[in-house]
Design a binder for this molecule. Sequence first.
Ligand SMILES: Nc1ncnc2c1ncn2[C@@H]1O[C@H](COP(=O)(O)OP(=O)(O)OP(=O)(O)O)[C@@H](O)[C@H]1O
Ligand SMILES: [Mg+2]
Length: 238
Amino acid sequence: MTMAVPQGEGLAVVCRAVTKEFRQGSVIVRALRGVDVEVRMGELTLLMGPSGCGKTTLLSVMAGILDPTSGSINVLGSDIERLTSRQKTAFRMKNIGFVFQMHNLLPALSAMENTAVPLLIARRPRNAALAAARQLLEGVGLGERVDALPSRLSGGEQQRVAIARALVHRPRLLVCDEPTSALDAKSGHAIMQQLRDIAVEPDRAVVVVTHDPRVIEFADRIATMDDGRITDVRETKA
Ligand SMILES: Nc1ncnc2c1ncn2[C@@H]1O[C@H](COP(=O)(O)OP(=O)(O)OP(=O)(O)O)[C@@H](O)[C@H]1O
Ligand SMILES: [Mg+2]
């Protein structure tokens, strides 16, 4: 059955009956088995669930990085499965920030250059891009390390560069896969506060995958996943 995606006000993402199958030789892994979920504008939504339940796959599908096997996905008012791959790339570069579970920094670029990448791809002047990157890095406590290569940064520092990079082009939808996994309590708290500040803006939304219970206090809503499905969504506000 196909269902039209409602163009609800204030919805950043609407997933309907989304499935994703990976083929590995003769084995088919059913990573998403019919996901129905909505992400609201102006909110920070947590996505929690056991390892292997499909969280990274769902984030990737929401961000237009992976195509679903079936189902429909509306992101910021666009039915992304109707876009050509070129349109999808342009849409993603303009509107979406992604903090990957593995930080995916470019090893030959400094922290500042890595952070500036989304702006450089969008053809912003190099000086302006680097200045914006420097400001973001100062915001995540790395103002002294802007010229360091990723190999000279600790895991937590690399994670903060990845977060700065995802924020630098002010995306309307920000998806973060375990953004605090390598951070101590103090930097984890600072990062979550920054994500929270972004999420309260009425035309922006943040989705965070986490196993970290310290992150719960920053959430507006918690979606729980198990075995390829959303099993529960609850508001955290009283
Ligand atoms: N590219 C791929 N090819 C084959 N199988 C995959 C691929 N990516 C993910 N899977 C499988 O899909 C399922 C969901 O994986 P996913 O990475 O979404 O889980 P997760 O909830 O993010 O787990 P974790 O908390 O460990 O990061 C797993 O069984 C995984 O092995
Ligand atoms: Mg994952």
